[in-house]
Design a protein around this ligand. Structure first.
Ligand SMILES: [Fe+2]
Length: 207
């Protein structure tokens, strides 16, 4: 789906500026999730041990839970959330079912960050991140990178059309949920503050 074109009028021509190949980022502010309970569950997961290193530099990354084997602590978060959102997203045909969810928690503190990565894998359709706990101050924006790989081979276009900016940063807000296609590369900038920034990230297989 592309945005409507703009018309640039000159004294002789109408220049139709078409916006090809839009990349969606869906931002949803939730208000029904008990974030304190959820953060306590995630702290308990960390206390119980386990975790793994993926894109994270420092911080704690839980093991991935899946809807196939049991989402456990994340069950309450997904309940009544995705089914109220996904059918309304502008896909054609619309999303009807969630076939599988894979989800993990991240706790970042001062100096922790996540390197640039994407979530491309067979059968994964959309990715998401939900902010459970956000401390005051600069606790690390999520930064999305322009996915048009060939744009970096054209300095003229990159300088004058993209203003030399390949990234779009979004500051985390408690209760905020982002959904985006798995190919959209992103990183998390280093937290500058003491205090835990807790997020749940996930991948969805959809039909
Ligand atoms: Fe990610």
């Amino acid at each position: 789906m592309d945005l409507q074109p703009d018309i640039i009028k000159t004294d002789r021509y109408n220049i139709c500026h078409q916006h090809l190949f839009q990349t969606p980022l869906f931002e949803i502010q939730t208000d029904h999730i008990d974030n304190e309970e959820l953060s306590n569950l995630i702290y308990k997961m960390r206390e119980d041990g386990g975790g793994e290193v993926k894109s994270n530099y420092g911080g704690w990354h839980s093991e991935t839970k899946s809807s196939e084997t049991g989402l456990d602590e994340f069950e309450g978060f997904f309940e009544n959330t995705l089914d109220k959102i996904l059918p309304h997203l502008p896909f054609n045909p619309p999303i009807q079912n969630v076939i599988e969810i894979g989800a993990w928690a991240m706790i970042n503190n001062k100096g922790n960050y996540n390197i640039l990565h994407n979530h491309i894998s067979n059968n994964l359709d959309l990715s998401g991140v939900y902010y459970v706990k956000v401390p005051e101050g600069d606790c690390g924006s999520i930064s999305f990178r322009d996915p048009r790989g060939s744009v970096y081979g054209n300095d003229f276009f990159f300088d004058r059309f993209c203003q030399k900016d390949a990234y779009r940063n979004r500051f985390p807000i408690e209760g905020l949920l982002y959904l985006f296609p798995t190919f959209l590369e992103h990183c998390v900038l280093p937290s500058q503050v003491d205090g835990d920034r807790i997020a749940i990230s996930f991948n969805l297989t959809l039909s």
